[in-house]
Design a protein around this ligand. Sequence first.
Ligand SMILES: [Fe+2]
Length: 447
Amino acid sequence: MTFRKILLLFIVFIYTVSYSQKLPFNGPMAGYNNSSQVSVWVQFHKPLKARITYYPLNPGSNAKHLITEEQEAKAENAYALIFQIKGLAPGTEYEYEVVSPDITLPNPVTFRFKTQPEGTKPFDFTVATGSCCCLRDKSTGKGGRMYNSASGYRIYNSIANQKPDYMVWLGDNIYLRNGEWNSFEGVCYRYTHTRSLPELQKLLRSGHHFSTWDDHDYGLNNGNTYSRSKDFALDGFNLFWANPETHPAETKGIYYNYKIGDAEFFMTDDRYFRSPDTLQDGENKAFLGKEQLQWLVNSLKKSNASFKIIAIGTQYLNPNPEPRKEGYWKDYNTEATYLINEIQKEKIEGVLFLTGDVHYTVLSRLNPPGFYPVYDLTVSALTSIQNPFFGTKSELRMPGTFVWNHNFALLKFSGEENKRVMTIEVRDKWGIRRWKRKINASDLQLK
Ligand SMILES: [Fe+2]
């Protein structure tokens, strides 16, 4: 065996050991970032004190290791911590470690996060996305009817292998089971079970993650504002996601906006304020609710992003939701029409929808007269059940974009200023591309 082969084998061995060693925490997962700040989530398995130590990877940088304040993982926060790391250099990649006097690792294990560049010059980046992450739970015997046991969990590594800069989770990111949503402990149990999945760790440790929710993260199937357990779900969501906090402090729910370069994500809450699906449509039937809707319209008006992406847990563009009858936004027609009318009346350019929930993927397009085409990219499911009958015959569906198999999407933002493009790639659990479409920023402008 040549020296080069021995060296190669040694490198593979070290790599395998460092990745296969079972770490005494779930994640870490980098969350929100801007040009000077990053949040990092991590969950331990026991009470302990921990910090994050970090340093920039710039060539020639002689910056010292920096370290965060110590935080305490406790049973009452499910041993989950979120570190807000401030004062970072813009456009810089950092290496970091999770450190604790109570943890000894046989090998140092490092992770990476990035800050966004400063200024208005657009840069290229990739956002992965998907919805409906249902896992089997052998320990409780509650497999959940929404789990598809045949498919496995390789999709999460397939997403990580694409090396996305971001991953936006579109809801049903966990599947609360009967009885779990009635207590904070139950909600934390389900989050902990999901975050402990070995096949998820590589993805959690890749890129930056942010999310909205849908009914299965919120509680009862098709839950609404009258859910008595909604604040348990809210507390759990805030404990397990390191999202930015931008919505008005006086209102609850989980909505916020997040600017990444020249794409701005408007992450909406389709559950906390929602009227029952069965209520007669009209002025008083809320989907997002008046306050959130007003926040959304105002935020869209203020945004100068080339792509203004409204992310909702529920599909938006589907005029024919039969036969599921599970509360598509079009069942809330008064509010849905109000939003699309406001976007047109205020001449807000660059808007498109990004949605999940329905156990199939499709790109839909509405052509409002005298306006640019409005797209809704629905991406579902990651690992929950699939059913070909969930796909309904919507006339807004674009040919060749329906995918029934487990899948995820990549949104690749690229191009020179004023020629920006969002390329959508939908890939299956093997990472194989099923379709690709380009949407130019200019396609979403008024002529
Ligand atoms: Fe859902």
